[in-house]
Design a protein around this ligand. Structure first.
Ligand SMILES: C[S@@+](CC[C@H](N)C(=O)[O-])C[C@H]1O[C@@H](n2cnc3c(N)ncnc32)[C@H](O)[C@@H]1O
Length: 303
């Protein structure tokens, strides 16, 4: 049986629930041939779409990137040192799960969260152990923290409290090894989407999943120290127009402002020359719970 690689992190804005609709909206040539010659995903997060495509299509070349350094360190460690990482995760799994619920709190803060934040200060990129440690701590925190949410404060510190999972699977070695295989054929970068889009040299299929435009003032769009505001959404739209002129196929997803204000035409205006579809979705992570439930989201494509 083929072991399919799946996202190894729970990530805010993850697209797992939209995969069917995304599949239906792929370019016809990809649906017909099942081949993607060049794939670019510069707002990668947990990579739900990336893994879906890798499992179901022949992806000849792909480049993935995100502005979140800790996230991209983790992808690179799985690409290069999966076994060392699995050993670290097995250790966390054994230690954490053998503790009573009341003792886990101390472990979470003293052995996971504080070391992760301290390592951000002392991290040396030439030190392989630092890479493995950082990546393993990120996965362990993602599995044990509240809501599986990755959130950093303005100083870049991970500040999510402990969660209440009884039996968290901190080490999923089978999936890490499947992800490792997929990443052998993948270029992994870290930085702004603009840099990633500038480097594209051949005709590509590009999936863009930027931070959502919040449905409410408190909506969750802060994944890293950087914000993504309306000015950034407009700048991204200019990039999409440039990619369109250069002959690439572009698919973009975002929140639908019409869920809270029927007169808000922000994205309809911004992408008026493209196909703007409303699809139904369930929103999972919202800072105040108002965004939960059935709402529509946008899929925008230039083909
Ligand atoms: C909606 S999430 C992507 C979720 C992903 N599609 C998934 O399925 O998990 C948006 C991502 O964009 C990243 N991001 C935010 N600003 C960015 C920028 N200027 N350039 C590149 N990535 C950025 C965030 O770190 C976050 O991981």
């Amino acid at each position: 049986m083929i072991a399919y690689a799946k996202p190894f992190l729970k990530w805010a804005g993850g697209k797992r629930q939209l995969l069917d609709q995304i599949e239906r909206n792929l370019p016809e040539s990809i649906k017909d041939t099942k081949v993607i010659n060049s794939y670019i995903e510069p707002f990668l997060g947990g990579g739900a779409v990336f893994f879906f495509l890798q499992n179901n299509f022949t992806v000849k070349n792909s480049t993935i990137s995100d502005i979140n350094e800790d996230l991209m360190i983790t992808y690179k460690v799985i690409q290069k040192h999966p076994n060392e990482m699995i050993s670290e995760l097995e250790k966390f799994q054994k230690e954490y799960c053998s503790l009573k619920m009341e003792d886990r709190k101390e472990y979470y803060y003293n052995k996971l969260r504080t070391p992760f934040n301290e390592l951000s200060v002392t991290f040396k990129s030439e030190n392989k152990t630092d890479w493995i440690k950082k990546a393993s701590l990120l996965i362990a925190l993602n599995r044990t923290c509240f809501n599986g949410l990755f959130r950093q404060n303005s100083k870049g510190e991970f500040n999510v409290p402990i969660g209440k999972y009884e039996n968290p699977k901190i080490c999923d070695s089978e999936n890490i090894l499947s992800v490792h295989k997929v990443l052998q054929n993948t270029e992994i970068e870290c930085g702004s989407y603009k840099g990633a889009l500038k480097k594209i040299s051949k005709k590509s299929f590009i999936y863009l999943d930027p931070p959502y435009r919040p449905l409410s003032e408190n909506g969750f769009t802060k994944y890293s120290k950087e914000d993504f505001n309306d000015k950034d959404q407009k700048e991204l739209a200019r990039e999409v127009k440039r990619l369109d002129k250069a002959g690439h196929s572009v698919l973009l997803s975002n929140s639908d402002p019409k869920n809270t204000n029927a007169k808000d035409n922000f994205f309809d205006d911004l992408y008026s020359e493209f196909d703007v579809q409303r699809i139904s979705a369930k929103r999972n992570i919202s800072s105040n719970g108002n965004g939960r439930g059935n709402i529509t989201e946008l899929l925008i494509k230039n083909y």
